[in-house]
Write a protein that binds this ligand. Structure first.
Ligand code: SF4
Length: 264
C-alpha cells in the first residue's frame, strides 16, 4: 500500500498499533481513542504528566500557560507538530501540584487572572488534569483548551470536571463535517462526533464551555451545517468562535501534501 509522506509522519509513534493504517486503499486512518491510550503511555506516569514549557502568553489578554506533551489527533495545521508526533523527545514529568504552583506563580508575577494548559492535548492523563484543577488558587480562571475527543467519549470525565472552580472549557472542532475532519486530521471520520458530544456532556454536567471551529478549509454550506448542529446543542453556540489558522513553512508544506494527496 502506498503511504503518503504526511501519513508516514503522522504514524511516527514508531511501531504504533494506534497509528497503523486501518483504512482501505491509500487512505490510512487511525482511531483517536486508541492513539490517546497509546500516547498516554508515553506522557502520563501515575498522576504525573509530561510538559515542555511554562510561560506567560498574550492570548485572552494575558494567560499563564503550561505546555503539555502528547495528543490524540494529527492535524495538518498543528503549530506544535514536532511535539505531537514525538512527545518522548522533549520535556519532563511534573506532579499536578507543581504545575498548578508554577502557573499560579506566572500569573501572579505577570498580573494575569487566567491560566491554561496548552501545547498539546491536556485531557490525556485524567487524574493529572483533575489534580491540577484542584490545586489551583481561587480567583484564577482556568481555560481548558481541548480537542474534545476524550470528553466526548466518556461523559463521566465531564462530570468529574464539574467540581472545578472557575473552569471554562473551549472545545476545538477540526473542520465542519466528518469527511473534512478526517482529511485534516488523518483520523477516522466517525470521531468527528466526539467534540460535539463533549459539548453536550459538559453542558449536561453544568460545566461552562464553548465551541471554537477551524473553518479555514470549509465551504460556506459546511459551516452553515455545523452552525445548525451546534445551535441544536445550545442556541448560544450558533455564534461560535472561529479558530485562527497560524501558518509557517512547515504547516504550509503539510497542507500542500494534503492537496497533492487530493485530500483538501
Ligand atoms: S488537536 Fe491541537 S495539539 Fe492536537 S494535533 Fe490538532 S492542533 Fe495539534
Amino acid at each position: 500500500m502506498a503511504v503518503a509522506p504526511l501519513h508516514r509522519e503522522r504514524g511516527r509513534l514508531a511501531g504504533s498499533p494506534a497509528a497503523r493504517a486501518t483504512g482501505a486503499g491509500d487512505e490510512p486512518m487511525y482511531d483517536p481513542l486508541e492513539l490517546a491510550a497509546e500516547t498516554a503511555r508515553a506522557v502520563v506516569r501515575g498522576r504525573e504528566r509530561k510538559y515542555y514549557r511554562f510561560r506567560g502568553a498574550r492570548f485572552y489578554g494575558g494567560i499563564a500557560t503550561a505546555d503539555c506533551l502528547g495528543c490524540c489527533l494529527r492535524c495538518a495545521f498543528c503549530w506544535a507538530w514536532k511535539r505531537v508526533i514525538d512527545p518522548a523527545a522533549a520535556g519532563r514529568f511534573h506532579r499536578p501540584e507543581e504545575v498548578a504552583s508554577r502557573i499560579a506563580a506566572i500569573a501572579e508575577t505577570k498580573g494575569f487572572r487566567q491560566a491554561r494548559l496548552s501545547g498539546n492535548e491536556p485531557t490525556l492523563g485524567r487524574d493529572h488534569l483533575v489534580g491540577v484543577l484542584g490545586a489551583l488558587p481561587t480567583g484564577l480562571e482556568f481555560v481548558l483548551e481541548t480537542n474534545g475527543i476524550l470528553l466526548g467519549h466518556d461523559p463521566s470525565y465531564a462530570k468529574e470536571l464539574r467540581g472545578a472552580r472557575d473552569l471554562h472549557v473551549r472545545v476545538s472542532i477540526k473542520g465542519c463535517a466528518p469527511g473534512e475532519f478526517s482529511r485534516l486530521t488523518g483520523a477516522e471520520a466517525e470521531a468527528y462526533a466526539l467534540p460535539l458530544r463533549a459539548l453536550e456532556n459538559l453542558l449536561a454536567a453544568g460545566v461552562a464551555c464553548h465551541p471554537a471551529v477551524m473553518v479555514s478549509f470549509s465551504s460556506a454550506a459546511a459551516i452553515e451545517g455545523l452552525r445548525q448542529s451546534l445551535a441544536a446543542i445550545d442556541p448560544a453556540f450558533e455564534a461560535f468562535e472561529e479558530e485562527e489558522l497560524f501558518s509557517n513553512p512547515a504547516i504550509e508544506r503539510r497542507l500542500r501534501a494534503l492537496e497533492r494527496d487530493g485530500r483538501h
